[in-house]
Design a protein around this ligand. Structure first.
Ligand SMILES: *Cc1c(COP(=O)(O)O)cnc(C)c1O
Length: 428
């Protein structure tokens, strides 16, 4: 134990902060055990899928040019389909990020005259321009695809009555966002999403249900595709990339939805047949293999932080004891220094760029200065330990990730050390 204390001391964590953290961690044994149990189940699910699909060393070969007959690429898509229990999947480095994957899923499965209905309220910021809520070149609105939205109820649940009223003969696709993203509503559990999908299908069974699965993958033993969703969509620089995928997005779903998406991604007629894998296959496979344990580490970090800051009297969402359906943790500090010191602590604990000091700046697209902390191997990766906070009331930070629990723990202790040293936290 002395050796461990010394190591923490060398990384700038005082005895008082470490003791406080250890006490909290001690109380979380059962929670952590539950998180590990989910990870164990999901690890077996991923290994089982890889065995069933007969993944072999030849899958890691690189292709260039058109990428015809790229065995590794095609097999990886089979593996994703097996993991998500769907008919098919599209998993490509040519899908540049989560927003792109979502835009692709929508644009390829909607036609002029169709209506898109979001039943989990306002979608993630970047989708506003995809849909045309904020006017943009090439938005769904420009193509004559209309949009409606039903907000979640005050208690965070779906508003089934309003959903029934909002469905019209034009409604072609219903979108559900699993994670709260950067809102304060609760994240939706897979079970809740399943009930909503069943409800939509009971109104008209040909309405497609798409779930934005970002930050949710492997947090539970089921995925929304196990509960009847036609498509689940996400980013490989979040959960399913396991920290190793350097780029990419996925869509897993019905054969028809995936074929549509592939025809849109490449070209009508070409679809899945083209798209060189450019040497990223090993990191895609290995990242997926590691994803269940990486997600478990990130979840432990989120639960640990919630309990630390709740104990110190700050508002945390989700709170220290509620069940988790994504990896995001919000902490409200109520002051600019709180946000800044927290983010500086996360940065200082990183394996990469630990010596730089993050500062608030006027990021494009935001209406206040924002501070971001990330010392990541993959730029912008938010499955790696990262935090950001807009410098405006209520002065909350959102943080997520951590490729290992030990790194997440160090980052959180370092944030606490900074807050204590700056006098934002008065005593432990
Ligand atoms: C991150 C995220 C997205 C967008 O993904 P990017 O990779 O940042 O484009 C969409 N929806 C949710 C809920 C997200 O968390």
């Amino acid at each position: 134990m002395d050796i461990l204390e010394n190591s923490y001391r060398r990384l700038g964590i005082s005895e008082a902060v470490l003791d406080f953290g250890q006490k909290i961690e001690e109380e979380l044994k059962t929670r952590f055990w539950e998180i590990d149990a989910v990870a164990e189940y999901n690890q077996l699910k991923v290994i089982g899928a890889m065995q069933e699909c007969r993944v072999g060393a030849e899958c890691f070969n690189s292709s260039s040019g058109y990428g015809y007959n790229d065995l590794g690429r095609d097999k990886l898509e089979e593996v994703y389909a097996a993991v998500f229990h769907t008919e098919a999947a599209l998993v490509r480095p040519q899908i540049t990020c989560g927003t792109h994957a979502l835009a692709l899923a929508l644009m390829s499965n909607l036609r002029p005259g169709d209506e898109l209905l979001s039943i989990s309220g306002k979608p993630y910021d970047t989708l506003e321009e995809v849909i045309g809520i904020r006017p943009s070149k090439g938005s769904l609105a420009e193509y004559g695809i209309t949009y409606r939205q039903v907000d979640l109820r005050g208690d965070g649940n779906f508003d089934f009555e309003e959903i029934r009223r909002a469905v019209t003969p034009k409604t072609k696709l219903v979108a559900i966002q699993r994670s709260k993203g950067y809102q304060t509503r609760p994240t939706l559990s897979v079970e809740r999403i399943g009930k909503a999908v069943a409800f939509v299908k009971s109104i008209r069974k040909d309405i497609l249900c798409m779930v934005d699965n970002c930050y949710g993958e492997f947090v539970e033993i089921k995925e929304p595709s196990d509960m009847g969703a036609d498509m689940v969509v996400g980013s490989l620089i979040k959960n399913p990339g396991g920290g190793l995928a350097p780029i990419g997005g996925y869509i897993a779903g019905t054969e028809e939805c995936i074929e549509n998406a592939a025809y849109r991604l490449t070209s009508p007629g070409l679809g899945r047949e083209v798209g060189a894998s450019l040497g990223v296959m090993q990191s895609f496979y290995q990242g997926l293999f590691l994803a269940p344990t990486v997600v478990a580490g990130a979840l432990k970090g989120a639960v640990f932080a919630a309990n630390i800051y709740e104990r110190l009297g700050f508002e945390v969402v989700p709170n220290g004891s509620e069940s988790r359906h994504d990896i995001i943790q919000a902490v409200t500090f109520g002051s600019p220094e709180g946000v800044v010191e927290f983010c500086k602590g996360i940065q200082a604990a990183a394996p990469v760029d630990s010596y730089v000091t993050p500062e608030p700046w006027a990021m494009p697209g935001y209406d206040s200065d924002v501070i971001m902390a990330a010392g990541a191997f993959v730029q912008g990766s938010s499955i790696e330990l990262s935090a950001d906070g807009p410098i405006k009331p209520p002065y909350a930070v959102y943080f997520q990730g951590g490729l290992t629990w030990y790194h997440a723990k160090l980052g959180i202790l370092k944030s606490l050390q900074n807050l204590l040293d700056a006098g934002v936290v008065k005593e432990l």
